[in-house]
Design a binder for this molecule. Structure first.
Ligand code: COA
Length: 159
């Protein structure tokens, strides 16, 4: 397990976010990130980053929290491919959950590709469950699973 420093992201972190995006098939669009982090947009988004505790690889992953009606919405969660399966995604998600509680949300929602079994395993471990399927949601026609969890998030222990 790797324990990163988790902190809010600023516009200065943009190059590192784009580096992580470039190596991932599931990333958040650059123009949206630029607009959110520069403060130009009216979107209520919070960007959290997992930072290395040593200087050579500053940003290891990031997550974006937004809002959908009265619930928090996890809009993105990406970990640098070289640092996966070391608990960073889980810690970022827990931090997103803490922020969502602070913002007085009672539930956290997300959409995930049906084929993304790794992410679904992580979300299930963090107490999310699948609600509905949105057929053909993604541009390649793939279905999205809508998952949600009550806040605060709880880590499900293995049976
Ligand atoms: C999904 C993602 C964020 C997970 O990040 P991560 O740091 O590797 O996740 P963690 O190490 O915290 O994993 C926690 C648990 O989730 C589950 N899990 C995570 N990735 C998994 C995988 N590829 N296969 C199976 N289970 C997985 C496991 O139960 C894992 O616990 P374990 O390693 O003790 O078995 C990362 O794989 C990623 O960035 N993928 C590309 C972007 C993406 O798909 N984002 C989500 C949808 S937008």
């Amino acid at each position: 397990m790797y324990v990163p420093d988790i902190d809010f992201l600023t516009f200065d972190d943009l190059p590192d976010i784009l580096r992580i995006n470039a190596a991932s098939s599931c990333s958040w669009p650059e123009e949206v990130i630029r607009s959110d982090l520069s403060g130009d947009s009216n979107s209520e988004t919070t960007y959290l980053g997992a930072f290395a505790t040593t200087a050579e690889a500053p940003l290891l992953g990031y997550a974006v929290l937004g809002r959908e009606k009265r619930a928090g919405l996890l809009m993105a969660l990406v970990v640098d491919a070289a640092y996966r399966r070391r608990g960073i995604g889980r810690q970022l998600l827990a931090a997103v959950g803490d922020c969502a509680v602070y913002m007085r949300f009672r539930r956290l929602k997300l959409k995930v590709r049906k084929s993304n079994s790794g992410a679904i395993a992580l979300y299930t471990q963090m107490s999310f469950s699948g609600e509905t399927v949105r057929r053909g949601y993604y541009s390649n026609g793939e279905d999205a699973i809508i998952m949600s969890a009550a806040l605060p998030l709880k880590l499900r222990t293995r049976q």
